[in-house]
Write a protein that binds this ligand. Structure first.
Ligand SMILES: Cc1cnc(Nc2ccc(CC#N)cc2)nc1Nc1cc(C2CC2)[nH]n1
Length: 320
C-alpha cells in the first residue's frame, strides 16, 4: 500500500496565518500520540467548539509532511460520509500542521466498552452503532481507501448520553488499496490487527473487516478476543485465530451476533465478509425480529435517519 497513491495535494486551503488568532484552546486534552496531540478549541468568530489535532511534520528525523497531506486527502474524500469526522480547516507552521476537526462530544466508544454493566452498551445499542460503522467503512472501501487502525479508541460518539451517532477518526495509517504493496512494517494496534498484516502479506479492505469483527466483540462484551499477556502472545492468538465465545461472557447476547463476528474473524481475507455483505447480515438487517428478547431497557434512540451521503455529518494508542 503506497501513501504515495494518495493525492500529494489537497483541495483544502492550508492557512499560514496564526491558529491562535482564530481559535482559543479550551485546555482539555482529548488525545495524545507520539507525534500528535488533540485539544478542544473554540472558533472565536462563531463560538463553535472544534478538536484541533496538532501533527509534527518531522518524526524520527524524517519529513512526514506527505503523510499528513495523505490524512487530509482522505478526510476530504470522506467529507460526504456522515459517519466520518468532518475536517473544518487546516493550518501550517514550520514545525506542525493543525487539523481543525469536528468535535464529537461523546468521546471514544472505548469508554463505554469498558464501563460497568449499567453504563455498558446494550445489544441493541451495538446493532445501531455497528450499522453506522459499517456504512462509514463501506463508503471508504467504495472509494478505495482502507483505514488500518479501526479500534474503539478511533470510533467516537456525537453524544454518550443520550447515545448519539458514531464518527470514524484518525486516518494517519490509511492507504489507497489500488496501489497494493506488501506492508513492510506492522501497522495498527496489536489487539485489532489482522493475520495478513502479521505475516507481511498484502493488505486490503478485508484487513479493516477483521478489525470490525474485533471491535464488535469488544463492544458487546468489554473483552478483547485475542489479547495475551504479551504482544507476542496476542500476535500468536491472532495468527491462529484463537477466539472463544464463552457462555458466561456472551450471556444474553444473541447467536446472530456471534455468527456476525465469526463471519469477520476468518483467517483467509478472501473469505471474510465485506462491509456491504455485513449490512445484510440477519443480526443487522432492519425489519427482522429483534435479535434478542428486549430484556435490557433499550437506551438506544430510534435509528437516526442516516444523513444523505451528500452531507458531511501499531503501537497501542500511538497513532493519533
Ligand atoms: C470528546 C473526546 C474525547 N476523547 C477523544 N479521543 C480521541 C480519540 C482519537 C483521536 C485520534 C484522532 N484523530 C483523538 C482524540 N476525542 C474526543 N473528541 C473528538 C476528537 C476529535 C478529532 C478526531 C480528533 N473530534 N472530537
Amino acid at each position: 500500500m503506497s501513501r504515495q497513491g494518495m493525492a500529494a495535494h489537497t483541495q483544502t486551503r492550508i492557512r499560514t496565518d496564526r491558529f491562535a488568532d482564530s481559535y482559543a484552546l479550551l485546555g482539555r486534552e482529548l488525545g495524545r500520540g507520539k507525534f500528535a496531540v488533540v485539544k478542544k478549541c473554540l472558533e472565536k468568530a462563531t463560538g463553535r467548539e472544534f478538536a484541533a489535532k496538532f501533527l509534527r511534520k518531522r518524526r524520527k528525523g524524517e519529513d512526514c509532511r506527505l503523510d499528513i497531506i495523505n490524512e487530509i486527502a482522505v478526510l476530504e474524500l470522506a467529507a460526504r460520509s456522515p459517519h466520518v469526522v468532518d475536517l473544518h480547516e487546516v493550518y501550517e507552521t514550520p514545525a506542525e500542521i493543525v487539523l481543525v476537526l469536528e468535535c464529537a462530544a461523546g468521546g471514544e466508544i472505548f469508554q463505554q466498552c469498558v464501563a460497568e454493566q449499567d453504563e455498558a452498551f446494550t445489544e441493541q445499542d451495538v446493532i445501531r452503532l455497528v450499522r453506522q460503522i459499517l456504512r462509514g467503512v463501506a463508503f471508504l472501501h467504495q472509494n478505495n481507501v482502507v483505514h488500518l487502525d479501526l479500534k474503539p479508541q478511533n470510533i467516537l460518539l456525537t453524544s454518550s448520553s443520550p447515545l448519539g451517532d458514531i464518527r470514524i477518526v484518525d486516518f494517519g495509517l490509511s492507504r489507497r488499496v489500488d496501489a497494493v504493496r506488501e506492508v513492510r512494517e506492522i501497522l495498527g494496534t496489536p489487539e485489532y490487527v489482522a493475520p495478513e498484516v502479521l505475516s507481511y502479506e498484502p493488505i486490503s479492505t478485508a484487513t479493516d473487516m477483521w478489525s470490525v469483527g474485533v471491535l464488535t466483540y469488544v463492544m458487546l462484551t468489554g473483552e478483547s478476543p485475542f489479547l495475551g499477556d504479551t504482544k507476542q502472545e496476542t500476535f500468536l492468538n491472532i495468527s491462529q485465530v484463537n477466539v472463544q465465545f464463552p457462555p458466561d461472557v456472551f450471556q444474553g447476547i444473541s447467536d446472530q451476533a456471534i455468527d456476525f463476528i465469526r463471519s469477520l474473524l476468518v483467517k483467509n481475507p478472501r473469505k471474510r465478509a465485506k462491509a456491504e455483505q455485513c449490512l445484510q447480515h440477519p443480526w443487522l438487517a432492519p425489519g427482522l425480529a429483534p435479535a434478542v428478547e428486549l430484556v435490557a431497557p433499550v437506551r438506544a434512540e430510534p435509528e437516526q435517519a442516516p444523513a444523505s451521503e451528500g452531507s458531511s455529518g501499531p503501537e497501542e494508542d500511538e497513532e493519533l
